[in-house]
Design a protein around this ligand. Structure first.
Ligand code: HEM
Length: 144
């Protein structure tokens, strides 16, 4: 095979189908976040910040911090492809009767961003986590 033919094959992607060129599987977001211990450490920080937040802290004042951090860890671990199973309430039931507004939801997202910055989660991973959580607004926000 001459050089220009090789160039065409490579450019067209045909060479990539050869088994020797197989790429290792992409690590899951769970792996990229450093596994369960790192997620737990992020969630511990998050729950502390939630409790201290002037906008929404009141809603978490009676919350058992370790328990909520553990639930959030399982939820995020599972959703990012980790070996966990979230067995808590679904998001609608968990937030029923709390009168959660858009502003509350946005405040929680900002608090999570502060935790992710503090824990050194790279910005592109932050966006992946946030886009996973964003659709839950439909079940969490009950005051529109
Ligand atoms: C994407 C957004 C959210 C996610 C993923 C989320 C996730 C969770 C989870 C996993 C639980 C635990 C459920 C259980 O124990 O079975 C929970 C409970 C709770 N959430 Fe959320 N939540 C979100 C937004 C919010 C917002 C915006 C507020 C209010 C500002 C809020 C307030 C609470 C409170 C007060 C509890 C009860 C904690 C307790 O047990 O004392 N959440 N949430």
């Amino acid at each position: 095979m001459n050089k220009s033919m090789m160039a065409i094959l490579v450019a067209s992607g045909l060479m990539l189908s050869a088994p020797v060129m197989a790429q290792p599987a992409q690590p899951s977001l769970y792996q990229q976040l450093g596994g369960k211990d790192n997620i737990r450490s992020l969630m511990d920080d998050f729950v502390q910040r939630l409790k201290a937040d002037s906008r929404i802290g009141e809603q978490f004042k009676n919350t058992d911090a370790a328990r909520l951090a553990s639930q959030l860890t399982d939820q995020v671990c599972e959703a990012t492809g980790g070996p966990c199973k979230y067995v808590g309430l679904d998001m609608k039931a968990a937030h029923a009767g709390m009168n959660i507004t858009k502003a509350h939801f946005n405040a929680l997202v900002e608090v999570l961003q502060a935790s992710m910055n503090a824990k050194g989660v790279p910005f592109d991973k932050q966006l992946e986590i946030l886009s996973m959580l964003a659709p839950m607004h439909r079940d969490v926000i009950t005051v529109r």
